[in-house]
Design a protein around this ligand. Sequence first.
Ligand SMILES: [Zn+2]
Length: 99
Amino acid sequence: MQRKKEKDQADSASQTAPAVKGSLTEVRKTCGKKRCRKCASGERHPAWLFMYRLDGKAHSMHVPKSMVPLLEKALEKGRDMERRMVENGIALIRDRKAK
Ligand SMILES: [Zn+2]
């Protein structure tokens, strides 16, 4: 059942996700609590970061786990769009040369 729910979420995400540029990275964070076993063992806490560059500066934003499938789809759309933009450039130059 859990699998199906995840798939449904991913399917609806592909319909609503905008094209996004950047990257998604999983990190392990310490929570700062003195007696946390997960931190003491070195396991720490998983967290997701959206990494991006804006005006030449690197930034990152925390991503709630529930939003990860949506963001993955959005990044995929962004990569597709970038590829099409490169292809547009190639086609533009080829068209002009042919005339
Ligand atoms: Zn902790």
